[in-house]
Every structure is written in C-alpha cells, then in structure tokens.
Design a protein around this ligand. Structure first.
Ligand code: ADP
Ligand code: MG
Length: 687
C-alpha cells in the first residue's frame, strides 16, 4: 500500500514523476507537495459547460456540450497537411469542427455520443465553426466542466501534467496549518487556509475563487508587513551617534541658491531623525533634477558638525566622479573635505585615500562598490548615503552599515529617482521612512516630448543640427552595445561611427557605453560635459545622474524597448539648464499598447504619474519581480485595487504585534514560519 500523501512528500512519489520530470519541476522550485500547493495558477479558463449553442458568443473561448452527428473524415490538402472535419449538434444549432493534422481524432469522436468542446466559435456565412478545440467525453471532467487553472510552466512540464499533479496535491490541502487566527479571519472576513488552497487551484465558481484569492493575498501582505515591521524593530534596538549640533542655517547660507520648499522639508525630516540615537533609515525620493544631492550634502554637513564622517555610494564610477565634484563645490566653502574612491584608481591612489579616511582627514568619501569590497577603515563613520537605491540591495546596505565598526551603526539615507507611487513605496520600502521631493527647482521649462517614426529620421537629423547650431548638445541613446544583437537594435558603437562619418561629418560625435573601460568612459563624459563634443551616442550608461545643463535634446532610438520609468529617467538628462529642451522617442512599433505607453510620456513630465501608469500597464511584476529591491517576491498581491487589502493587512499586523511583539507565542508558530519563509534570505529578522 502506498504511503499516504503529506505536505512533505517528495514529488517523485507522485504518479508520472520520474527523474527527468523531477528535474524539470525543481527548476520551478517545486520539490514537495507543499511546494505544489503554493504554486498558484497565473490565470484561469472558464470551461464551464454551456448548453444552448445558438446563444453562445462568437470569437471568444467557450465550452459547450454537443452530439457528434456524423463520422469525422480526414482529407489530405497537400504534403504535410491534412484536415479532419465533422459536424456536432445540440437542439439549437450545428457546429462544423475542424482539426488540422490531428487525424487521430477521427477515432476519438464517435457518432451518437456527447462530448464537451472548448474553443472559439466563428461564423462563416450562416455556418458556425470551430478549429482545433479541446474536447473530452461528457462526464470525464478533466479538461472541461469548470474553471480550469492555467499554470506557469517550464520545458518538460506541460499544463496537463501540472494540473494532474495539482489534483493529487489538493488532497493534502486540509493539512495546511492555519496562519490566521479565527478572530482575525472573522474580523476581516477571510476564508480558511484549506478552503483557499483548494479553491485557488480548482475553483468551484468565480465567487469562491475570489474569496480564496482574497485570503491568500491578505496573508501575503500581512506576512510581508510583519516581516518588515520586525526588521524595523530590530533597527530600533541599535545605537547610532546622535547629531545633536544642527546649524542648518550655516549650511544654507553657503549654498549658491535657496532650497526649494520640498528640499527644506526633506532636510528637516532627516535632521529630526539624525538627532536621535536610533539609526536613521530614510528613503529620499525625488524625480530626476529635483535636487536630492543638496539634501545629501546637508546631512553630511550635520555629520561633520558632530564629528562624524560620511560615505556616499553611487552605482557607477561616472556618477561617483560627478557627485564628488558637485559635493566638493557645495561643502568645501564650509571647510569640509570631500574625497573620491573608485575601482579604477591605482593601488597607490587607493592606499593614500584610505589613509586619509583612517586618519579622519576626509569628511565625506564618495565612491562605488569599491567602498564595500575594499578594506576601508573609517575614523568615525556616522552616515551612509546611497544614490539610486534600486541598484543596491538591502544586504548591500547592511554590509556598508557594518563598516562603521564597534557597536554604533551609521545613519542611512537612501536616494532614489525612481518615482514609485507613494502607497507602493511604503510597502516596498516598508523598513524605511520616506521623504519626497515633489517640486523642481525654479526656472525649469518642462521638456517637450515627441513620438516619431522612421519616416521622420531625416528631419530629426536636421533638428539635431539646428540645436548644435544654437550651441546646444545632444544625447542619442540606443538600447544595445554591438551588432551581436540579433534583433538589429541600434548599436551604439556602429551607429555612432556611421553618424560621425555619414551624417554629421562636421560635428563632434562621441560614443560611450558600458563595455568601455571606466577610464575611457569618463574621458568621453568629461569631454561632453566640457562642451568638446556636440553629440553623445550612448547606451543607458548615461541613465542616472549625469548632469550637463547645456544638453537640450535627448533622442531615444527604439524607444519601445525601454520601460516608461527608464525613459523618464533618460529624459531627465535634458532640461537641466535654462534652455528649452526636447525628447524625441523613435519607434515604429505599431502595437496599440506600446503606442499608448509611449504617448504617456509625451503627455506628462510628472514622474509619479508615469510610475503609476507603468504600474497599470505593465503590472507590479517590474516592482516585485526584479528583486532589485532585495525584498521578498510576492505571488499574488498584484496591487491593482489591492490598496484597501494592504491597509487591512497592515492594521492586522499592527494588532498582532501589539500582543506578541516578536511572534514568539506558541499559537503564532505557523505564522512565524510563514514570515520566515517569505523572508528566506533575511532569516536573521528574528535574531
Ligand atoms: P537629482 O535629484 O536628480 O540628483 P541634482 O541634485 O543633481 O538632482 O540637482 C539637479 C540640478 O538642480 C543641479 O544642477 C543643482 O545644482 C540644481 N538645484 C538643486 N537644488 C536647487 C535649488 N533649490 N535651486 C536651484 N537649483 C537647484
Ligand atoms: Mg542625482
């Protein structure tokens, strides 16, 4: 007698799973019955059987019952192509069913018997037709007869296999431990766990499916909130140096411009955090060009006033160099020393730089990952700032925090130009406090954006020439580096050379891309920034941070290849000076959805609106799927319309933690395990 199935049973114990399939399944991370149950459908098909054929809608998938009225016949159309046809009927209509290259169905469809068919009905004259439907004998109810799950699959795992494994696993749904107490389920009207796990795979009807999904989404958001709150709480027990002296007026007096209201508010929010002996952990969000650097400088000034050093990490060498320059300009009038440490410096240069840090001669060190990977000792690190947070994971932030040594933790300021809808940000950065710079410095004219096709390329080149003629500079961005790209995207190298030799022989064209050596890259960038180049052809390496106020035109080739937020970032490279600036999106992509996406960019320059739209059009997958945030991946909690559920889950989490701050109670054991699972890579939450 076979062992009874449990949640822990390995999938190899299930019928039909040999070594090959087991390997394929484990590619999806599926090893046990429990894993299967947690592998949710990505979609559903309504294969509920309907009976009145004449009343069925056309051109959309439907399932109906019909009697085979005549034997199906196969005819050969040409070599390698045959069709098998027959007529099926119910009391209201007949359907002509056609199969291509599936002559075996002839024997499976027996005249006089009733079958279920699932496919798209079309009408040709007065004839109803259906091609290549799924079908099965009435009463079999494996392919039809209800709402069928559609699973994410991989090579070697068919939908059919997945469904049959899931059917076997569903028998174990009752063994799943409840993580939500009766009280909680009653308060928020949530279905029990076993019901939800059964229904999400094999729904009885749409309503029970909705109930199941709601419960499982709630649970996911609930556990996410719990984990993030626990992370935040752990921070609360750490010590940082409080920055008690706060002469912000001395800082603002030394600035070449007054702070905007939003900048002032952000500085005040950070300053209030820095006064405490708990480490600051603040996210500073502001659109490109909103002036985040000054806020960072203000924090570094507060650190200096209180005898502490600061470190700023940038994602690229280029940015680090630029930041070091900007921050030197801002802070040296205040008597602060700013230094640069990057990977491409010589060993001797690095050694000298580290020496100055150890001796406390450097107040603010700006660098790339070299700051993390090289042995750097600080005399007294009190503040860590990271720019463009989406490139740094939670763990990297932690690594730098650890550099401060001793028992004191540095304060942390994270800057991001990726505008994320506020509610979403609260969730993604649940362990961070949030400041938003939602105002641009005065005197900026919004960038005008146009979407054009290949037919306007010559006019575009004319426009480039005109801008350069007026003394301006131009960026041209392409999606790829070289022609190895099979889809023929504009390659920066080749395209740049072609432009220089064939289109703009009289202009100065530079090329910059990610495959160049850092030194080469920064030489080109420096030339562009210094006005020695008219046109800069590049890949997205210029995406973040680069500041050349004289540049007034951004051309983006194959714009459809980029996400909206990324395009918005690129556009932010122009419009940084007093000149009217333009962004031209080139794309011949005709798909309605693509055009709509790109048109959004033409109609607004508000990064938050664009992020919102990106979220709507592409779904939250980009935010949660990329893992760039270093946060757990959510399965269900797509955020469309789920904000209410998120708020409920957050309220519930607060309540639970009020009673059991560390989730130590016996009856919270299953919940605690679920949270740990969700934060698998951050297991130390509980330590
Ligand atoms: P980002 O938020 O993209 O990092 P930056 O800090 O690079 O923006 O600032 C963009 C530009 O705006 C810089 O040239 C900076 O000198 C200028 N700037 C910042 N704040 C102000 C302000 N309050 N008034 C005028 N110009 C400002
Ligand atoms: Mg910046």
């Amino acid at each position: 007698m076979p062992e009874p199935l449990t949640l822990r049973t390995p999938l190899t114990a299930l019928a039909g799973v040999g070594p090959a399939r087991q390997k394929a399944l484990s590619r999806l991370g599926l090893e046990t019955v429990a894993d299967l149950l947690a592998w949710f459908p990505r979609d559903y098909e309504d294969r509920t059987v309907r009976h009145d054929i004449s009343a069925l809608p056309l051109e959309e998938p439907v399932c109906f019952a019909a009697l085979v009225a005549e034997p199906f016949r196969t005819s050969h159309i040409r070599r390698g192509m045959d069709i098998t046809q027959g007529r099926v009927v119910d009391g209201t209509a007949a359907v002509y069913v056609t199969f291509f290259n599936q002559s075996y169905v002839r024997n499976a469809l027996i005249p006089g018997q009733t079958y279920h068919f699932y496919g798209r009905l079309t009408q040709n004259g007065r004839r109803l037709q259906m091609s290549n439907p799924h079908f099965e004998k009435e009463g079999e109810n494996r392919l039809t007869g209800g709402i069928m799950p559609v699973y994410p699959l991989t090579a070697g795992v068919t939908g059919h296999l997945m469904a049959s494994l899931q059917r076997a696993a569903a028998a174990c749904a009752d063994q799943i431990l409840e993580t939500l107490s009766d009280d909680l389920r009653r308060a928020y009207d949530l279905a029990p766990a076993p019901f939800s796990y059964r229904e999400i795979h094999f729904p009885t009807d749409w309503e029970t499916l909705a109930r199941a999904r709601r419960r499982l989404m709630f649970e996911e958001l609930f556990c996410l909130t719990l984990g993030l709150t626990l992370l935040r709480g752990r921070r609360g027990t750490q010590l940082a140096t409080p920055f008690a002296k706060q002469d912000i007026d001395a800082f603002t007096a030394a600035l070449p411009f007054p702070l905007t209201g939003a900048q002032r508010r952000s500085v005040e929010e950070a300053a209030a955090d820095l006064r405490k002996s708990v480490p600051m952990n603040r996210l500073l969000q502001g659109d490109v060009g909103s002036g985040k650097t000054v806020v960072a400088a203000a924090c570094a000034w507060l650190a200096k006033e209180n005898g502490c050093q600061s470190a700023l990490m940038a994602p690229t060498e280029l940015l680090a160099q630029q930041h070091a320059g900007t921050l030197t300009d801002l802070l040296s009038p205040l008597g602060m020393t700013v230094d640069l440490l990057t990977g491409s410096m010589t060993a001797a240069q690095k050694r000298a730089c580290r020496g100055r840090l150890e001796r406390g001669e450097t107040d603010l060190i700006v660098g790339t990952h070299a700051l993390l990977s090289d042995p750097v000792d600080f005399a007294g690190l009190g503040l860590v700032i990271t720019d463009e947070q989406h490139r740094f994971g939670v763990d990297q932030r932690a690594a730098l925090s650890a550099k401060s040594g001793g028992t004191r933790r540095p304060h942390v300021l994270v800057m991001s130009a990726t505008p994320i809808p506020r509610t979403l940000a609260l969730m993604i950065y649940g362990d961070l406090d949030l400041s938003v710079i939602d105002q641009l410095p005065p005197g900026r004219t919004p960038v005008e954006t146009f979407l054009i096709g290949e037919d306007k390329r010559q006019r575009l080149y004319g426009f480039v020439r005109k801008q350069v003629g007026q003394g301006r500079q131009v960026y041209i961005v392409c999606p790829a580096v070289d022609q190895a790209d099979p889809e023929g995207m504009k390659a920066a190298e080749q395209y740049g050379h072609a432009l220089q030799t064939q289109v703009f022989p009289d202009l100065r064209v530079g090329i910059v891309h990610g495959k160049q050596k850092p030194r080469e890259k920064s030489a080109v960038m420096a030339a562009f920034a210094g006005g020695e180049l008219d046109v800069l052809v590049s890949t997205t390496v210029i995406e973040v941070g680069v500041d050349v106020p004289n540049a007034s035109l951004m051309v983006i080739e194959d714009a459809d290849r980029f996400g909206l937020s990324q395009l918005h970032q690129l556009r932010g490279r122009v419009g940084r000076g007093q000149h009217q600036s333009y962004c031209i999106l080139l794309s011949d992509h005709r798909a309605e959805s693509t055009r709509k996406r790109l048109k959004t960019l033409c109609s607004t320059t508000d990064g938050f609106v664009i992020a919102e739209e990106d979220l709507k059009l592409r779904g939250p997958g980009d935010f949660f799927g990329s893992r760039q945030h270093g946060l757990p991946q959510l399965k269900l909690a797509s955020l469309e319309g789920d904000m209410r559920l998120l708020h409920q889950a957050q309220a519930a989490a607060r309540e639970v933690l009020r009673e059991d701050p560390d989730l130590r109670r016996e009856d919270h054991a299953p919940l605690r395990r679920r949270v740990e699972d969700l934060f698998r890579e951050n297991r130390d939450i509980f330590n």
